[in-house]
Design a protein around this ligand. Structure first.
Ligand code: PLP
Length: 356
């Protein structure tokens, strides 16, 4: 029998989540497919959203070219923009849209000549409105815009910014970012794009022409108190392949991180940290066994982990184990290990993806 571990990907849920985001925000919305669609498979996700999504967003050029090579047409925005001037050739040849967020990129675009037959470059000029990371300082936006406008090979210029704390609904920093961006760009022509997932879900005052939702497409709500409505796309699952009973005082696994305090029936599950399940998940992290909630016990190993089946009569070898999905929210596992759903989803590897 093949190893019974897999990531099931519910493409209907992906479509549902995209539709919900677009309906909430209005205007147009990219499907953010960077990092192989947050671990869900960028090409398959793009295909599933074809005809529905207004465009795609990826982090860097190679990700965009892989989508084009897979037959994905329509707008693709390269969120990090180019790293070197020669990449602009591919950007134009493949009709990609590129973000410009620092001076060196601006100079690369100025230095690129108009190419015969190539469509004008569509540029997304990014402002740093408070993230303190990528983007032009707000006072420099007008000058950057003027320099781009002066380039004969530059077509439309869209204005964008990115939120640092939109997943904190009462945090004034996001309102300040919105106001600062609006003030700095007030006199500039062009469409606007502010919202990531948390912006779409929590900040209607930031709705503009284009949204850029990522994590919400995959059904992991980034807000502390999710409003509901999103459907998880990935189910990470495996099976119990062996079991044993520990007597009180007997240790389990590397480092004896769990010691039985009663006769404990332990199921061995065929998935481990080499598949992307976090090694640091503590005793008690929830899993679902045959649809019932159970807890992880002992250290997660490279290829297996162990769960407590003592209170789950009827479970055993062959029982289905959900590590996250509809029954175990990936956010709950993320919180248990001190990270975000983003990191857990992106880290899934080695297990086959099964599309449904
Ligand atoms: N827009 C930009 C510029 C990003 O860098 C990202 C991801 O980090 C997103 C949108 C999507 O963010 P999220 O997954 O939080 O919706």
């Amino acid at each position: 029998m093949a190893r019974p571990s897999r990531a099931r990907i519910d493409l209907g849920a992906l479509r549902h989540n995209y539709t919900l985001a677009r309906r909430l925000h209005g205007g147009r919305a990219f499907a953010v497919l960077k990092a192989d669609a947050y671990g869900h498979g960028a090409l398959r996700c793009a295909q599933a959203l074809a005809g529905l999504a207004d465009g795609w967003a990826v982090a860097f050029l190679e990700e965009a070219l892989a989508l084009r090579a897979g037959g994905i047409d329509g707008p693709i925005l390269v969120l990090e923009g180019v790293f070197e001037a020669h990449e602009l050739h591919d950007v134009r040849a493949h009709g990609l849209w590129t973000v410009v967020h620092h001076e060196a990129q601006l100079r690369m675009i100025e230095a690129a000549a108009a190419a015969d037959g190539a469509p004008p470059l569509q540029v997304w000029l990014k402002a740093d409105s408070g993230m303190g990371r990528a983007g032009f300082a707000l006072p420099d936006m007008a000058a950057a815009h003027a320099r781009l406008s002066a380039c004969p090979h530059v077509g439309e210029i869209v204005l964008m910014t990115h939120f640092a704390r939109a997943d904190e609904p009462t945090e004034a920093a996001t309102a300040r970012q919105i106001a600062a961006f609006d003030a700095a760009t007030a006199g500039l022509p062009g469409l606007r794009s502010l919202c990531n997932s948390a912006g779409v879900l929590g900040w209607s005052g930031a709705y503009r022409d284009w949204a850029r939702p990522g994590i919400l497409l995959y059904g992991a709500d980034p807000m502390p108190e999710p409003a509901g409505g999103l459907r998880p796309v990935m189910t990470l699952e495996s099976q119990v392949f062996a079991e044993r009973t520990l007597q009180p005082g007997e240790p389990l696994g590397y480092g004896a991180r769990f010691v039985a305090d009663r006769p404990t029936r332990v199921g061995l599950v065929a998935i481990g940290y080499a598949d992307g399940y976090p090694r640091i998940a503590p005793n008690g992290t929830p899993v679902a066994v045959d649809g019932r909630l159970a807890r992880l016990v002992g250290r997660v190993s490279m290829d297996m982990l162990t769960v407590d089946l003592t209170d789950l009569p009827g479970t055993g070898i062959g029982s289905r184990v959900e590590l996250w999905g509809a029954q175990v929210d990936v956010n709950t596992v993320a919180r248990a290990v001190g990270t975000l759903s983003y990191e857990l989803l992106c880290n899934v590897k080695r297990v086959p993806r099964v599309y449904e």
